[in-house]
Design a protein around this ligand. Sequence first.
Ligand code: ADP
Length: 398
Amino acid sequence: MKILVINCGSSSLKYQFIDMQNEEVIAKGLAERIGIDGSVLKHQPKDSDKIIIERPMPTHKEALQTVVDALTDKDYGVIKDMGEITAVGHRVVHAGEKFAYSVVLKEEVMNALKECIDIAPLHNPPNIMGIEACRQIMPGVTMVGVFDTAFHQTMPKEAYIYAIPYELYEKYRIRRYGFHGTSHKYVSERAAVILGKPLEELKLITCHLGNGASITAVKYGRSVDTSMGFTPLEGLAMGTRCGDIDPAIIKYLHDKENINVAQIDGILNKKSGVLGISGVSNDFRDIEEASNNGNERAKLALDVYVYKVRKYIGAYAAVMNGVDAVVFTAGLGENSASMRSAICKDMCFFGIELDEVKNKIMGKEADLSKDGSKVKVLLIPTNEELMIARDTMRLVSK
Ligand code: ADP
């Protein structure tokens, strides 16, 4: 069985084509600048050179057609025809309270996702465009939706209800949802395998630290709290997002700077986080370099980032009354030994002891904790695409 996994952004389409017999990626790529001049597909078949295809892609439909053409090309394609694509798994950001699991994308599901556009105006519309493009180009092929929010639907009410008038929850479903669920679920399952214990017996704190970042308390296999909220803006300081702030700042900024709410929203989403503090970049590699060269604001940005991660680890150890392992994943979590080291420093109260030598590793599954550390520190590269493909296969095989 071969499954195409698709992740659509507003002007991009990322994909992986996976042979589920051995869970091997046989081709992957990225279509960029969809709807903009200079649309291009970068297609990487397994074991051969990258192919660059420049072609107008006014919408996601043309982008997807270009992907299918690349997959079936007579020279560098990996399948003879589209019939070899058994099913398509779509990453969808927001399913609100409607879906706690992945589902086959039937008409009623599509309607439910459209109802979620209000609460995910940036993310759901391109996801939906990708699904609709697939339906046009591959009619009859089963499609599955895998939702970033689904894994967190197990949070108890006290973790997801905001302390605002309850009617606002009833009327608009304003509550905490959480994101990156597919990643938190994947690394939790891997952690159980690495630790050699059933997931149902483990208390894990999973740290997805990429450009967007979130931390989840996973108790006995279920998400019981996570740092992102109603939108991905809540929680940690991120590349460009502010994370937790006092909401009163919004009115204060409005009054002082004479700017409207949309402008403030732009500042908090796109100009804040480590970019905002450092003034250098949203990429941690640039900030670490600047900090090493003596840039004080770059150093402060890293200190703030680390401090917030540490606070959440402490909070989630309290929430679960203990922790068996802390897991690091995503761009920063997988690759930055210095940030992992700063985060785990002086955590022996919790029984978290990082081995600085083992910690030198990058991008590979590893146990980074000192021999005898009560709490394990694990590095587990995330694989959201594989998780989506597995869910898709499971639902198609039903
Ligand atoms: P996203 O999917 O949210 O865009 P990723 O998980 O790909 O993010 O993470 C990207 C981020 O990871 C980059 O912004 C960069 O700051 C960070 N990163 C990647 N490699 C390194 C590294 N070697 N050292 C420090 N940070 C890194």
